[in-house]
Ligand binder design. Structure first.
Ligand SMILES: *Cc1c(COP(=O)(O)O)cnc(C)c1O
Length: 725
């Protein structure tokens, strides 16, 4: 906007909401004037950051010169950005006669994306100038001369090019379905506001044992009036010390609960700066520190770069709101603390004898359950009482001093010397021939230029060619590929299926079907392994899929990857992995983590089983846990590796690799054990320039680490782990 107006020599002036509200209060009578210079005032009917609704009365007042955003003679027009507003609020254009109104249809009924509308008041339409024209907008024009006469109708004149006619057909059905399902926008407004009000009320009352709030909510209202507040809650989660838990962390945990949250600054840097107290200088400095809009660097120098937003739409239910609250409570509570205190609390003693068996039941079993909280809230009357009740619950396990120190040390580890002189060696080597399927463990294995030979050479895709991972299909870990180098075949087994074999030699026939696939935004060339194989996998998984293989003869197959400390031109060749050639984990770190998880789960857990969840290529064992995070380079036998960075874990570690069952506790435990981070293991890149398969990696080979020279501030890696493949 600023660029466009500057090009036309028009000044654009920033007006803060608070200035407008102030002007409205101390309004002065408008002076009569006959200046007709046009000015345009643009504002959102609802903030997409906080859900604050700005007064629609501004439209009339500004046009009537009762309210003047900038003291300048001329005639004011108003553009209302109603994109966020109209998704849950009625907008009567006969009352609020803005000159321009921008809306976006997917925000109203979820479909079709990419289609919006600019409504233009017929009175102002004749004044609009065109600086470009595309097909269909001209009544007549000349190729050889500067002659263009636009069509009469305003829509025809401005709809340049071919309109999205198929999507436009869908609009009528969208509006009809919305009306049929909800009975109209006023109902949607009341329904969504009620959900937001409930969620806000519970959320803002949650406290840790020490009285510290669990979330900081960014809002301009107290959610008491749907005319000034839309159904949006924007917040950051805090720990019991009041420190912010980064939005990426919250996002990752929410995904475990099937909750989608928006995080970051929501393309609304103004509101974000205002609510989070980020200065212009901070924004520039954060960019230099490597933070970009939309990445997962959520905290810099202890301060947030963004926040978490939840929104309610017409299809949201009370259960959705409860599930969200359950998620916040469960992730901020340890299992041991999920019980309400067994001794009656002061508020409870009063009502205890009158409790119905059902309420009794609810308060005694699933006590982190918001439902029971609601019962208590309803029973004990004033909200204050129940918040006192909540406070008596221990919301956070008292972290032992040792653990706390430990977490702090890991955060800013200053490597000085290796903690032990005991030789380190490779204890296990695993490859994952088919991305996301089971591991194939070996005692020695040739090294190729993309990692272990045949590691992640194949992957499964759906009918649309999109990679299927364990995230969507946990049963992939029940598929066991193994490779016979002598017979040059890969044999694939799965329970209840006859084993099937695939030749390792690449099918180089002309007619093979080359297709492009996307792995973590990188394009790779692949080819289909055929119908016979596809049928085998489709039968086992009970869904249509194809096995595809990365093609090795295609130029440009090497994925460009920028590696820290290397010239950007350095090219790293990757297979169908997401992140790096090798992933290394340390059994000492596994054992440390195991203790933590057992404490949380109160169930036995096998080390072997835990190792499998982290889907590493190389397993080693050192004296100290997390020693590996202090390494810059390592040599294993004749091979030399550079450490690319830590591996940031996702929900795949929640899947038991033997059974395919999911358990959220694992990511939660890792996060707790690592001081809110989910790093585990390190990525390696083979530096031997002449990497050829003449190198063999063997179990028992000695490992020689080289420590980082000095402590550098490390940016968290931006991508998800390799092990998701
Ligand atoms: C979503 C939104 C936009 C952008 O609309 P798109 O159709 O997603 O490009 C603009 N303004 C506000 C207030 C919004 O909420």
């Amino acid at each position: 906007m600023r660029g466009i107006t500057a090009m036309m020599n028009v000044l654009s002036v920033l007006v803060q909401p608070k200035d407008m509200l102030l002007l409205e209060k101390n309004k002065e009578p408008a002076k009569e004037q006959n200046c007709t210079t046009p000015h345009l005032f643009c504002y959102p009917a609802q903030s997409n950051f906080s859900g604050t609704k700005y007064p629609l009365s501004w439209i009339r007042k500004i046009k009537a010169r009762e309210l003047c955003p900038v003291r300048i003679p001329g005639k004011w027009f108003v553009l209302l950005d109603a994109a966020a507003f109209v998704s849950t609020s009625p907008l009567d254009l006969t009352v609020h006669t803005a000159d321009f109104v921008a809306i976006s249809f997917y925000k109203i009924f979820g479909f079709p994306t990419g289609l919006g509308a600019l409504l233009v008041n017929n009175e102002i339409a004749p004044f609009l100038r065109k600086i470009y024209f595309g097909g269909g907008t001209a009544a007549a024009y000349l190729a050889g001369e500067d002659f263009y006469s636009p069509r009469q109708s305003i829509a025809e004149r401005f709809e340049d090019g071919t309109v999205s006619f198929l999507d436009i057909i869908a609009l009528k059905h969208g509006f009809d379905a919305l009306e049929r399902l909800t009975g109209g926008m006023e109902n949607i407004k009341q329904h969504t506001f009620a959900l937001a009000h409930y969620t806000y009320t519970v959320l803002s009352t949650l406290k840790y044992t020490n009285g510290a709030p669990v979330v900081h909510i960014y809002s301009d209202t107290d959610f008491s009036n749907p005319d000034v507040q839309g159904p949006i809650i924007n917040f950051n989660v805090l720990d019991e010390n009041g420190d912010i838990i980064g939005y990426s962390q919250v996002d990752k945990m929410a995904s475990l609960y099937n909750i989608h949250v928006r995080t970051g600054c929501f393309c609304n840097t103004g509101a974000c700066q205002q609510h989070l107290g980020i200065s212009n200088e901070d924004i520039k400095r954060n960019l230099q520190a490597g933070h970009m809009c939309g990445d997962d660097i959520d905290i810099i120098d202890g301060r947030p770069t963004g926040s978490v937003r939840i929104s309610f739409g017409y299809m949201s239910t009370f259960e959705d709101a409860q599930n969200f609250l359950k998620f916040i409570i469960a992730t901020q509570l340890s299992k041991a603390d999920m019980k309400f205190p067994s001794q009656p609390t002061p508020t409870k003693t009063v009502t205890e004898s009158e409790e119905s068996p059902m309420q009794n039941d609810q308060t005694s079993c699933h006590n982190a359950d918001v439902l029971s909280m609601k019962t208590i809230i309803a029973d004990t009357g004033p909200w204050n009482n129940s918040s006192a009740m909540l406070k008596t619950t221990r919301w956070q396990p008292p972290e032992t001093e040792l653990e706390r120190t430990r977490a702090a040390v890991f955060e800013r580890a200053v490597p000085v010397h290796s903690s032990s002189n005991k030789p380190i060696s490779v204890t296990n080597i695993c490859l994952y021939p088919i991305k996301s399927c089971s591991a194939f463990e070996v005692t020695q294995w040739p090294v190729g230029n993309q990692g272990l030979l045949y590691d992640r050479n194949w992957m499964l895709v759906n009918q649309n060619g999109v990679c299927i991972t364990q995230k969507q299909e946990p049963r992939l870990c029940l598929i066991h590929p193994s490779i016979d180098l002598k017979q040059k075949i890969m044999v694939i087994k799965a329970e209840g299926m006859d084993p099937i074999a695939i030749p390792l030699e690449e099918n180089l026939e002309k007619e093979r079907q080359i297709c492009q696939s996307k792995v973590c935004a990188h394009r790779v060339q692949t080819y289909d392994c055929g119908e016979r194989i596809a049928d085998w996998f489709s039968e086992f998984l009970g869904r249509q899929c194809h096995l595809i293989r990365q093609s090795s003869d295609f130029k440009g197959n090497a994925t460009q990857k920028h590696v820290k400390g290397q010239a950007p031109s350095a090219t790293l060749s990757l297979s169908l992995v997401n992140e790096a050639q090798y992933l290394l984990i340390n059994t000492a770190s596994i054992l440390y983590l195991k203790e933590q998880i057992i404490a949380r789960l109160e169930e036995p857990l096998e080390t072997e089983q835990l190792i499998q969840r982290f889907r590493a290529n190389i397993v080693i064992n050192t004296m100290e846990p997390f020693e590996e995070e202090e390494w810059a380079e390592i040599s294993i036998g004749a091979l030399h590796f550079q450490v690319v960075g830590p591996c940031n874990r996702c929900q795949i570690i929640c899947i038991d690799q033997k059974s395919g069952e999911r358990n959220k506790e694992f990511l939660q435990s890792l996060s707790n054990a690592r001081g809110r981070k989910t790093h585990f293991g390190i990525y390696l890149m083979n530096q031997s320039s002449c990497s050829s398969s003449s190198y063999i990696l063997s179990v028992g080979s000695p490992v020689f680490p080289m420590l980082k020279e000095s402590t550098k501030i490390q940016c968290p890696p931006s991508n998800e782990e390799k092990a998701s493949g």
